[in-house]
Design a protein around this ligand. Structure first.
Ligand code: SAM
Length: 350
């Protein structure tokens, strides 16, 4: 039993989707949890991870490791169950194809557990667009230096090269590779802005412009969501045309170093982060906030985020929130659209 939430690893796997088996990953986690309970090969693969914090999402790390084996073509029978590679077999029969793959790749799958989920989810750029629009409104500055700690491959740093379509509004270039439709949010007024500098950091950056890097990123997309996979592939085409620099560094130290460099006059610095805070030690987040607060006296600066409302998931009902400094201005899903605007601006006092 974990010291964090009173649940065993097996229970966390079984409950990840609320016990639902309506898609392949629901069935896989149910079957993986059952094997863990009976002390099978899953127990061997996950040995030593029993007390991992829930935010580490050990179960998603394992699923991504299995998906990588499928994507590279090393498990043809198992692949017949994966919609991401065209599989259509009955998901309820997946265990007999999965177990031999687990047994054949124990060392590789144990290694996969060391890698924090790198779900570089480009749908989250709708939160960045929303936060940037609010930041531009507040500062009156449209030239932006964009800094992203925990950026994975840095795809969301290309926010100005994506197209967004909502209820009664749109934004971004007409010829964008990536079109995010279904953004909702009637009444949203996107502001125009120009990204004059962009840079990110990650503990484990990698080059997503290579075939290997692309397969690696795709392994974190749930295989029953081909729409998300299509968005990722479109964003990767954008990245190949407009590569971004991602430094290997922990978030707080890197933000501090970046903010030590003055931004050009008339440029707004925006520190943006999404679905990464839960993986940082609490002291790291506090140190990043302190670095941001210190730098505010030297430059116009706004923090924009899409993050869990609390460090630990407590129920399946809440949604990640869009933060602009201390304000929560909107909500959306873990994968982005639709956007739900909740902020009506500061109260005017007379
Ligand atoms: C779930 S991914 C989210 C990636 C990206 N922000 C997005 O929303 O698409 C979390 C990322 O945070 C990175 N990460 C975790 N802890 C970190 C830390 N202390 N400093 C920098 N990056 C970190 C991981 O390597 C991973 O790429």
């Amino acid at each position: 039993m974990s010291a964090y939430d009173g649940a065993t690893l097996g229970e966390r796997m079984a409950n990840h989707y609320g016990g639902s088996t309506e898609h392949l990953y629901g069935v896989l986690l149910r079957d993986l949890a059952a094997d863990w309970e009976r002390g099978g090969v899953v127990r061997e693969i996950l040995a030593g991870r029993e007390d991992a914090p829930p935010g580490d999402m050990v179960q998603l790390r394992l699923l991504a490791g299995i998906h990588r084996i499928v994507l590279r073509g090393d498990a043809p029978e198992l692949a017949s169950f994966y919609p991401s590679v065209g599989g259509t077999a009955d998901r309820y029969a997946v265990w007999s194809a999965l177990e031999p793959v687990l047994r054949a790749h124990v060392a590789e799958l144990r290694g996969a557990l060391d890698v924090a989920p790198q779900t570089n989810e480009v749908g989250r750029s709708i939160a960045l667009l929303t936060g940037l629009s609010e930041a531009v409104r507040r500062s009156g500055i449209r030239s932006v230096r964009l800094l992203e700690p925990g950026a994975s491959a840095g795809l969301n740093l290309l926010v100005d090269r994506f197209r967004f379509e909502g209820d009664g509004w749109d934004a971004g270039p007409d010829n964008a590779h990536l079109v995010l439709d279904g953004c909702g949010a009637p009444g949203f007024l996107p502001e125009s802005f120009e990204v004059v500098e962009r840079r990110g950091c990650d503990l484990d950056p990698f080059d997503a412009t290579t075939a290997e890097g692309e397969a690696y990123l795709r392994s974190f997309i749930w295989p029953h969501m081909p729409g998300r996979d299509g968005r990722l592939v479109a964003a990767l085409a954008t990245l190949r045309e407009h590569p971004v620099v991602i430094d290997r560094a922990p978030a707080a130290e890197w933000v501090q170093d970046q903010l030590a460099v003055p931004a050009p006059d008339g440029v707004l610095t925006v520190v943006w982060h999404s679905i990464t805070r839960q993986y940082w030690p609490a002291a790291e987040y506090a140190a990043m906030l302190a670095a941001i607060d210190e730098a505010r006296s030297r430059m116009p600066l706004v923090r924009v985020a899409l993050e869990d409302p609390t460090p630990l998931p407590t129920s399946g009902t809440w949604q990640p929130q869009v933060e602009v400094d201390d304000d929560v201005i909107a909500h959306c899903t873990y994968h982005g659209p639709p956007l739900n605007l909740t902020y009506t601006g500061p109260e005017v006092t007379q």
